[in-house]
Design a protein around this ligand. Structure first.
Ligand SMILES: [Zn+2]
Length: 153
């Protein structure tokens, strides 16, 4: 397959709005706290380091909409950060087990995949071989929380 993939964190426009409002889009107050190491940050797609100021907010990561567009908790930096525009699968997420959930253009969920550590990039490429797949969520295995989205670049 020739098409490149794009890895999508929480968009900066959404983060700006949440930080400006002082609460997320679902009424939860934005409260900063000092992180321990290893909180998966959905603003810049890396693990937090000890003592970074972060917040936990509710976010709906599905621009496609529809009944499958769930809201869930995500860690983000409390203040503006560099974001993520890397063309590659985020390194800090590569060795984690992940659930890959593909969606079609209407936002309907198609068959998902459980990816073992290190296999998610290859599984993603395979999922996008199906032309019906518009977007894939990379999610945590146990809690199901969204980590980031992937689409064709
Ligand atoms: Zn960040």
């Amino acid at each position: 397959m020739s098409s490149e993939l794009e890895f999508l964190p929480v968009p900066a426009t959404d983060l700006d709005r949440i930080r400006c409002n002082g609460h997320d889009d679902h009424g939860n107050q934005l409260v900063g706290f000092d992180s321990g190491a290893g909180a998966p940050l959905r603003c810049c797609l890396r693990m937090s380091t000890e003592g970074e100021r972060i917040a936990l907010v509710a976010y709906r990561p599905s621009p496609l909409g529809g009944p499958y567009a769930e809201v869930g908790p995500v860690f983000v930096h409390f203040s503006e950060c560099s974001g993520y525009d890397g063309p590659d699968f985020p390194a800090d997420f590569r060795e984690r087990r992940a659930v890959l959930r593909p969606y079609d253009a209407t936002g309907r969920m198609l068959d998902g995949v459980l990816a073992e550590p290190g296999t998610a990039p290859g599984e993603l490429k395979r999922l996008f071989d199906d032309p019906a797949v518009e977007l894939v969520h990379v999610r945590n295995v146990i809690a199901g929380c969204w980590n980031f989205s992937v689409r064709r670049a």
